[in-house]
Design a protein around this ligand. Structure first.
Ligand SMILES: Nc1ncnc2c1ncn2[C@@H]1O[C@H](COP(=O)(O)OP(=O)(O)O)[C@@H](O)[C@H]1O
Ligand SMILES: [Mg+2]
Length: 263
């Protein structure tokens, strides 16, 4: 695997009036990595994704994607470069069919040469996420789990190089989460670099060896998952003492977590 980062953030900030939603955040993603981004509600996770994928400009800082400065890019430019995301609140066009929704994504994000090509890409993405059978249904008729799959198919039809998944499991039951987790793993196996925002630690830890932790807009930790979950600041900011104690107990004896990290 190449060690040249596919994505680099340099001192990225976003202010909304007096709120520093994202505050001087820097990190790099290596190609092919699955990285978990965690943090309490309001930490700035979605805002970070919004900035990186061109939905809103940063207040300051730089974004470098595949060696190119893309700080001022718009959303469609980000998508065409392969810097793609899913939305935390999925909003398909309800009257359009599932296939039409994904085809629109392919046209927007992948610059498909023709509608025929876009439809073919869309069908392939729908098959990949396992809802090809729903292609002809109006999006409004889908269950939440299927809507989340549709959202994934839409972003896959954009041919992502980096995919940012914003709480794709929220609201799903444990069977559905298991299916979605397997799917995310298969997406990464295709060579897509994945940044996954996820509240369920079990899911994050099963997918990611590396975690980033945001708190009040600041990146307070970046490192191997086993060290992060033992980091006192992370425990206080996010995980809670009870969870951390259980986790340490569960992992007691495992070499990597043998010594709890301090500070
Ligand atoms: N468009 C916006 N306008 C004003 N404030 C916003 C906007 N988007 C997010 N915020 C604020 O920025 C902070 C971070 O929000 P968000 O990025 O949604 O956090 P998270 O995804 O980690 O829950 C919150 O205080 C939120 O209210
Ligand atoms: Mg969010």
């Amino acid at each position: 695997m190449s060690t040249t980062p596919i994505l680099k953030l340099h001192g990225l900030s976003k202010h909304f009036g007096g709120i520093k939603a994202v505050n001087d955040v820097s990190f790099e993603l290596a190609p092919g990595e699955i990285v978990g981004l965690i943090g309490p509600n309001g930490a700035g996770k979605t805002t970070l994704v919004n900035i990186v994928t061109g939905r809103m400009p940063p207040s300051s800082g730089r974004i470098v994607f595949e060696g190119q400065d893309v700080t001022t890019q718009r959303a469609h430019q980000a998508a065409r470069r392969g810097l793609c995301r899913t939305f935390q609140i999925v909003q398909p066009f309800p009257a359009m069919t599932v296939l039409e929704n994904v085809t629109a994504g392919a046209l927007f994000g992948a610059g498909a040469a023709s509608p025929t090509e876009a439809r073919a890409q869309a069908m392939e993405s729908l098959a990949f996420v396992g809802i090809a059978g729903l292609a002809g249904q109006p999006a409004a008729t889908l269950t939440l789990a299927a809507r989340k799959r549709l959202e994934l198919a839409k972003s896959l039809a954009m041919k992502p190089r980096v995919l940012m998944l914003d709480e794709v499991n929220a609201g799903l039951n444990s069977n559905e989460i298991e299916g979605a987790t397997a799917l995310i793993r298969r997406i990464a196996e295709r060579g897509v670099t994945v940044l996954i925002i996820e509240h369920l630690m079990k899911v994050v830890l099963s997918l990611s060896k590396r975690l980033l932790v945001l708190h009040h807009g600041r990146l307070i930790a970046d490192g191997p998952a086993a060290e992060i979950v033992a980091d006192e600041r992370v425990v206080e900011a996010y995980l809670g003492q009870k969870f951390a104690a259980r986790l340490r107990q569960a992992q007691h004896g495992e070499a990597q977590l043998g010594e709890a990290q301090n500070g």
